[in-house]
Design a protein around this ligand. Structure first.
Ligand SMILES: [Zn+2]
Length: 197
């Protein structure tokens, strides 16, 4: 899903429904864990941020469920165990971004995307509430004005990331941001066509 947010102070943002929506929101503030230290790792176009205690091996495994053609150089960057795991994960995200651009045939110049990975959906929902003052239970969401994808280790996957990265590509490609429904169709198309040539 995508949220158009030009300023956090402006309340006129638009929510778009998408497949990442779940209706069983349950946020329990009383068992909030201690605020974690966040770590960021920047690669070419993608910066990933995550709590320092996150399980990076699990995160990496969740981004290896879909198989699409990549160059030998790309494959080496995200699968060679000689590289540190942060670099492999970032390289995989870069490959998914490139794949989304290929499927859409859209290559917006200067596109940079941040991906913030919370430990679980409960913490992601708490972040949503702190940003928007509303309760939702999304697997992920993309904020256009921040060029940031929010998701969690619990729900991140190649599918979730390809969908949200597609939103980033689409919104940064057109001079006039397309209607929500059109963008949603295209983002869903990218996820469903990840493997197809
Ligand atoms: Zn969406």
């Amino acid at each position: 899903m995508k949220i158009r947010l030009f300023s956090l102070i402006v309340a006129g943002f638009v929510l778009a429904g998408c497949q990442a929506f779940f209706g069983d929101a349950a946020i329990n503030a009383s068992d909030e864990a201690e605020a974690p230290v966040w770590i960021s790792y920047k690669s070419n176009q993608v910066t990933i941020s995550y709590p320092s205690d996150i399980n990076l091996r699990r995160l990496e495994a969740r981004l290896r469920t879909r198989y699409f053609t990549v160059s030998a150089v790309e494959r080496d960057l995200f699968s060679n165990s000689d590289y540190q795991i942060e670099k492999r994960i970032s390289s995989r995200l870069e490959s998914i971004l490139l794949r989304a651009e290929q499927i859409l045939a859209m290559y917006p110049p200067y596109l940079e995307v941040k991906i913030k990975v919370f430990r679980n959906r409960r913490e992601l929902s708490q972040e949503y509430t702190s940003l928007f003052g509303a309760v939702e239970n999304y697997k992920s969401f993309y904020i256009y004005g921040q060029s940031t994808i929010y998701t969690s280790l619990q729900d991140i996957s190649d599918s979730v990331i390809s969908h949200e990265l597609a939103h980033a590509v689409i919104d940064n490609y057109f001079k006039v941001v397309p209607p929500e429904k059109t963008a949603e169709l295209m983002a869903t198309y990218v996820d469903s066509h990840l493997e197809r040539e």
